[in-house]
Ligand binder design. Structure first.
Ligand SMILES: Cc1cc2nc3c(=O)[nH]c(=O)nc-3n(C[C@H](O)[C@H](O)[C@H](O)COP(=O)(O)OP(=O)(O)OC[C@H]3O[C@@H](n4cnc5c(N)ncnc54)[C@H](O)[C@@H]3O)c2cc1C
Length: 315
């Protein structure tokens, strides 16, 4: 009897698990390799980073997820090399796993656009370790502030900046508060990614204003910042034709990441904006976002509806 076809999958994230499941009934032997033995539900990392979920609630052992799949084994190990000629992958401990077909689903990593030295100040949020690091930074800031007697010193620890796209150019994209949980119609003909994108950016501004009002009087400040269009983000790399050429040409003229970091960093530390809260800035200038994003009742409703949707108490 000839040996069965061997499929190796690198990565037990959404992509790797999906691939493994698709091979459930195929006449193949699947080996899924991941450097950690659990599947991480990345979209809930924000909640871990802000303390509303614990890490265990968003991680599931990969072996349990695939336990009913007879043709699949799970190995924990870090892949450090792939030899396509010999058809084998090499793990950090020197182990070798041979394959007939290889699926690489190793995900992505945070890019600092050539500024890896920024990592210590702006941690990524792709792993539990990074999310708990952010949570520690937030809680630590509150703890330090609690013990400082000087209000100016205390406020310096309590500045929050929400960085996102420019709601001015997206001002006309509405936020339908009656339709927050709606699954968008994703048929290719009617799927309008830019409209969904604009909606989320306008909602970011609304959340910022609602949060600032809720924190009013506590010494904490919250402002929004638009970093601007930045070179090196590969914006438009998935576009085709004229749009792609436009994106590539535009990237020649836009500033680098230093310019993008300027306004958020200025809002976070500059004495010029000490005590300023509930505003939106670009290039160190305040600007008004669309009236539909500043309406107090609408912002509060978005806040309350969102809390309800994710099961948090309305505060
Ligand atoms: C904070 C956050 C919020 C998000 N929110 C949303 C959202 O609301 N909606 C949405 O659609 N998407 C969201 N995403 C994006 C979504 O989570 C990712 O697109 C998705 O997780 C990518 O899946 P993946 O399988 O390609 O990679 P990953 O989920 O990153 O999985 C890759 C796996 O490969 C493993 N791996 C990597 N390198 C190696 C190696 N050398 N050896 C062995 N194993 C390795 C990793 O340990 C990991 O388990 C969010 C992402 C983040 C970070």
């Amino acid at each position: 009897m000839s040996p069965r076809h061997r499929v190796v999958i690198i990565g037990g994230g959404f992509g790797g698990l999906r691939a493994a499941r698709a091979l459930r009934s195929a006449p193949v032997d699947v080996t899924l390799i991941d450097r950690r033995n659990y599947h991480l539900f990345q979209p809930l990392l924000y909640q871990v980073a802000t303390g509303s979920l614990s890490p265990g609630q968003i991680a599931a052992p990969i072996r349990s997820v695939l336990s009913r799949q007879k043709n699949t084994r799970v190995l924990m190990g870090e892949v450090v090399d792939v030899d396509p000629d010999a058809r084998r992958v090499v793990l950090a401990d020197g182990a070798v796993v041979e394959y007939d077909s290889l699926i690489v689903a190793a995900g992505s990593q945070t890019s600092y656009y050539g500024h890896d030295d920024w990592r210590q100040w702006a941690p990524g949020m792709k792993s539990i370790e990074e999310a708990t690091n952010i949570r520690h930074k937030i809680l630590y800031a509150f703890e330090v502030a609690e013990r400082l007697a000087d209000p100016a010193e205390r406020r310096a620890w309590l500045r929050f900046v929400i960085v996102g796209a420019d709601p001015r150019s997206l001002a006309r994209v509405p936020v339908d508060l009656d339709d927050l949980a709606a699954v968008p119609d994703v048929r290719p003909a009617s799927f309008r990614p830019f409209a969904l994108y604009g909606r989320t950016k306008n909602m970011n501004a609304m959340f910022g204003y609602a949060l600032a009002r809720r924190l009013d009087g506590t010494g904490s400040t919250v402002n929004g910042a638009h970093p601007g269009v930045i070179r090196g983000t590969a914006l438009g790399r998935h576009s085709r034709g004229a749009l792609r050429v436009f994106g590539a040409t535009l990237s020649l003229f836009v500033p680098g990441p230093d310019a993008g970091a300027d306004t958020p960093a200025w809002l976070a530390v500059s004495p010029e904006v000490a005590g300023v809260t509930g505003r939106f800035f670009a290039k160190r200038q305040e600007f008004p976002t669309a009236p539909h994003t500043t309406d107090v009742a609408r912002c509060d409703r978005l806040w309350e509806e969102s809390a309800r949707l994710v099961g948090l108490p309305v505060a």
